[in-house]
Design a protein around this ligand. Structure first.
Ligand code: BTN
Length: 252
């Protein structure tokens, strides 16, 4: 179904009915668009396709026309939110659980997996309305609904929900609503749900920190959502900015 501002709005709860919404055709990136248009009130941007979809760590996000959900939500943060990506991941999982009928899992820190394939990526970017402090953010979410023909470098890991006859307007509204719900919940509850969906817990992983290679067993997350890894008895807290865990990094 075609993206439509009105259809998205119809599916939002009363408290969000008046938010700004842009339902667009093919654009560069919904995150970039949202950053440019954000004026302080919540803004939801959807695109049919993206010619320059962006992922974390400078990667691109494959965003062909019509087969995926490409959305960005720009909003002010009432307090510094160090777990925005975590909150967004939990919100998306609750929706993809419903769509897929299975429990969605998370590859720390921002990838959603179903049946062993990455079906969604999340890119949160800080925004400053005032003096350089990140007092707002854009949450960018890309979900592969029926996408096929992934580029070769991601074809072994990328997958889709496998739903083609679907109303992207409704899914966008569900995810947006769930993000606001999660942001209103206790941080400890969000972290617990996030942790329960992490599929690398108890697995041995390899990673590099400050240029040194390590292996260890992922044992949990802390209150900042750093991944806690037991490496030869020493508990190391890995931050998402310094570590990239490729799927190939899983030792077992
Ligand atoms: C990742 O896999 O590293 C994150 C991917 C995030 C992709 C979404 S699609 C909508 C929004 N616009 C972008 O340019 N990126 C995000």
């Amino acid at each position: 179904m075609t993206l439509s501002e009105d259809k998205i709005r119809e599916n939002l709860p009363d408290k969000l009915k008046d938010m700004k919404i842009a339902a667009l055709g093919i654009i560069d990136s919904t995150n970039s668009y949202a950053k440019g248009e954000f004026d302080g009130s919540p803004l939801l941007v959807l695109a049919d396709g993206q010619s320059g979809g962006r992922g974390r760590l400078g990667r691109s996000f494959f965003s062909p026309c019509g087969t995926g959900l490409y959305m960005s939500l720009a909003l002010k943060l009432s307090a510094p939110c160090d777990i925005l990506t975590v909150a967004a991941a939990v919100a998306v999982c609750r929706v993809t659980d419903r769509l897929s009928g299975t429990k969605s899992q998370i590859k720390w820190v921002n990838d959603i997996f179903i049946n062993g394939k990455k079906v969604c990526g999340i890119l949160c970017e800080g925004l400053s309305l005032t003096d350089g402090h990140a007092d707002a953010a854009v949450i960018g979410i890309g979900v592969n609904l029926s996408t096929e023909g992934f580029p070769e470098d991601i074809s072994h890991i990328a997958g889709s929900l496998g739903i083609s006859e679907t109303d992207r307007n409704k899914i966008a509204a569900l995810i947006c609503t769930e993000i606001f719900n999660v942001l209103g919940e206790e941080k400890s509850k969000i972290l617990l749900e996030y942790e329960s969906r992490l599929f690398i817990l108890s697995k041995e992983i390899s990673f590099k920190k400050d240029g040194v290679s390590y292996t260890g067993v992922a044992v949990g997350i802390n209150e900042s959502a750093n991944l806690l890894v037991d490496s030869d008895g020493e508990i190391m807290a890995l931050s998402s900015g310094e570590i990239s865990l490729a799927s190939e990094n899983f030792v077992k």
